[in-house]
Write a protein that binds this ligand. Structure first.
Ligand SMILES: [Mg+2]
Length: 115
């Protein structure tokens, strides 16, 4: 079974083998994640919904790579900061569920402060 912990272990080894921990300060990992997310956004820039669908269909790997780049940096950042991503996501989902009760927000894109 593929697990998050196995993936994290592979990322740690990949980084250790290259002696890249020295470059992976929290600030730099946060910036790298944002830059990779921007690369993903660049793929969608000026495209309408149909064009995006076509581009993704033609080259899904390109999008998978950019998404992976972004997530990898966030995984390393969380790991370095001692954050358990499973717990972090569960905690945030619980907070979001309180902010966005189904009965108030279903089908609406309104921010919680305006519900
Ligand atoms: Mg990239």
């Amino acid at each position: 079974m593929k697990t998050y912990q196995d993936l994290l272990k592979k990322l740690r080894i990949f980084r250790q083998e290259r002696n890249w921990e020295q470059f992976h300060k929290p600030k730099d990992l946060a910036m790298a994640a944002a830059i990779e997310a921007a690369e993903l956004m660049q793929e969608f820039l000026w495209q309408n919904e149909e064009e995006v669908k076509q581009k993704v269909k033609q080259n899904k790997e390109r999008y998978a790579d950019e998404i992976a780049d972004t997530v990898v940096y966030l995984m390393l950042l969380a790991d370095d900061l001692g954050i358990d991503m499973y717990d972090a996501i569960e905690n945030k989902m619980a907070k979001n569920a309180k902010k966005y009760p189904v009965e108030k927000c279903r089908g609406k894109s309104t921010k919680y402060t305006n519900l």
